[in-house]
Design a binder for this molecule. Structure first.
Ligand SMILES: Cc1cc2nc3c(=O)[nH]c(=O)nc-3n(C[C@H](O)[C@H](O)[C@H](O)COP(=O)(O)OP(=O)(O)OC[C@H]3O[C@@H](n4cnc5c(N)ncnc54)[C@H](O)[C@@H]3O)c2cc1C
Length: 493
């Protein structure tokens, strides 16, 4: 399918946009009126768009998202399948005085519970999932509700890799709008830095193309500022030529946790940028779909990837191998296999979790981590994870957006299955106990993609960038039509 909808995309007079990229300053008038709008104001909402209202038999299913522990009660659920339908929904919602909450999959729907959605249409983008790879330019163009698994597969067929997340059914949308980190991150940086253009339905229903020269302040804000400014109907981003990557997992018995986690925490800050790893205490169920080495018992599990020649990759992994794992699958593998390396749950899953960014992880912090989830502890967490940051993640991208780098040396994340109210309460308590225990080493900020509950969004950005985000919001969505999981408010009039 040809995703190019040039007849409905309008580009602005770039002379009216003077905001800079990268340095986060908004120096001049940037208004949505610098577009030639697709005027849908007087167009009735076409019957063909599935819309589910409370009381409809279809409403209960329609309001269910990937995280089935999240219970949202929107005024309606709309399921568009074209960018024009997205535009029509936004226009109709505004006409009726309603707000609009876009979601791709609902992997990070938890924080949406902070909003009263009785005046809000939940716009599910699961009907916009086309993926197109252009091998000649090593770029991808995907629709706003596409899943990473589909992009990984399609790119892999051309010897190309993308900066996807740890699960194939995470949506490209929320992931890229919030930053995006996984196993290439310390070498290639935040995934959102690879975005070259987006097509966005704005609060007035117009569909615009944004990139480094058109609506550049909006382009800056969307790359890290989330779904606060419009509904992205298409993303375009760079891919990376990569036939193989040296990647895999290592497993140790939980009794080895002290020795292994401590050694990893000492090694991680000075490891070469080419290697990115994640260290977890896993306690996965005794279920056939769980790989045997980690099934039904608590273990220490590291996974990672190294970019570069295999000999250098082996050298990079050597200090980890020296920790004598009982399982070591590191080898040269096709990039597409990284999609499931982390063994994340696929399909609708009830999850509760909490996260924090850590500035450092000295021995005392490892002690605090293991006191919560180490050998002999009693907790409900399926995973207690420490992701290695630093490298390219710590450097501001010269051409990046609102989140072009990550402040912190490690990301901490704990999650539990929340399939009953009791498990939900216990999981929440255990996840927050973990982040509380490591609070002395926290940066105070959040990586919003892993913030499963409402958090202080402002403290996740440098003051100047937050100010710019609120100004861009004020320009593009002054009436606060778009309801995002992590809200950026307009500046009060
Ligand atoms: C199992 C699992 C694995 C994960 N792995 C990683 C990982 O490896 N690295 C990482 O960085 N993060 C990871 N995450 C976090 C993930 O990046 C966030 O949950 C992200 O928000 C998911 O995007 P989504 O579109 O699927 O989710 P959604 O919940 O659908 O979207 C989150 C928010 O993004 C906005 N949004 C989404 N799509 C659009 C759109 N097209 N236009 C406008 N706004 C939009 C909306 O505001 C929405 O509320 C993981 C999460 C889970 C649950």
């Amino acid at each position: 399918m040809n995703l190019h909808t040039a007849n409905t995309i309008h580009t602005p007079d770039t002379a009216t946009t003077t905001a800079t990229t990268g340095s986060a300053t908004l120096t001049g008038p940037v208004t949505p009126t610098d577009t030639t709008s697709t005027d849908t104001t007087h167009r009735p909402l076409p019957q063909r768009i599935p819309i589910h209202h409370p009381g409809d038999p279809s409403y209960e299913d329609a309001r269910c998202l990937w995280n089935t522990a999240v219970d949202l009660e929107p005024a309606a659920v709309a399921e568009p399948s074209t960018p024009l339908q997205v535009s029509e929904i936004v226009t109709a919602a505004r006409r009726q005085g309603l707000r609009v909450a876009p979601v791709s999959t609902g992997h990070n729907a938890g924080p949406l519970t902070q909003h009263d959605l009785s005046d809000t249409i939940l716009v599910k983008l699961s009907g916009l999932t086309d993926v197109h790879i252009d091998p000649s330019t090593a770029t991808a163009r995907v629709q706003g509700g596409a899943l990473w698994g589909d992009v990984v597969e399609a790119a892999g067929q051309h010897g190309l890799a993308c900066l996807h997340g740890s699960s194939p059914d995470v949506g490209v949308g929320g992931y890229l709008l919030g930053g995006g980190i996984f196993l290439y991150a310390r070498r290639l940086g935040m995934a959102t830095n690879s975005v070259t253009a987006m097509e966005v339905v704005l609060a007035d229903g117009s569909l615009v193309r944004v990139d480094r020269t058109r609506h550049c302040s909006l382009f800056w804000a969307l790359r890290g500022g989330g779904g606060n400014f419009g509904i992205v109907t298409a993303f375009e981003f760079s891919l990376y030529p990569l036939e193989t990557v040296y990647a895999g997992m290592m497993v140790w018995d939980i009794e080895e946790a002290d020795r292994v986690v401590r050694a990893w925490a000492r090694w991680a800050p000075s490891a070469p940028d080419e290697i990115t790893t994640s260290m977890r205490i896993l306690h996965l169920p005794d279920a056939p779909e769980v790989p045997a080495p980690v099934r039904g018992r608590p273990v220490v599990c590291l996974d990672g990837a190294v970019l570069g020649p295999e000999a250098a990759a082996r050298d990079a992994v050597a200090p980890l191998r020296a920790l004598r794992p009982e399982v070591d699958t590191f080898a040269s593998v096709p990039p597409a296999s990284l999609s499931r390396l982390h063994m994340d749950p696929e399909g609708p899953t009830p999850v509760v979790g909490d996260s924090a960014l850590l500035g450092r992880l000295p021995d005392s912090a490892v002690d605090a981590f293991l006191a919560q989830v180490g050998p002999g502890t009693d907790h409900s967490l399926l995973t207690a994870e420490l992701r290695q940051l630093g490298g390219a993640l710590s450097r501001r991208h010269p051409d990046g957006g609102a989140m072009s780098r990550m402040h912190g040396a490690f990301m901490l994340f704990g999650a539990a299955i929340a399939d009953t109210p009791e498990n939900r309460a216990r999981g929440h308590a255990d996840a927050t106990a973990l982040t509380r225990a490591l609070k002395p080493w926290s940066t105070g900020g959040h990586y919003l993609n892993f913030a499963e509950s409402p958090v202080d969004v402002e403290c996740s950005f440098p003051e100047r960038d937050w100010l710019t985000l609120t100004r861009v919001k004020t320009v593009y969505d002054p009436d606060d039509v778009f309801v995002a999981n992590h809200p950026v408010p307009p500046v009060p009039a």
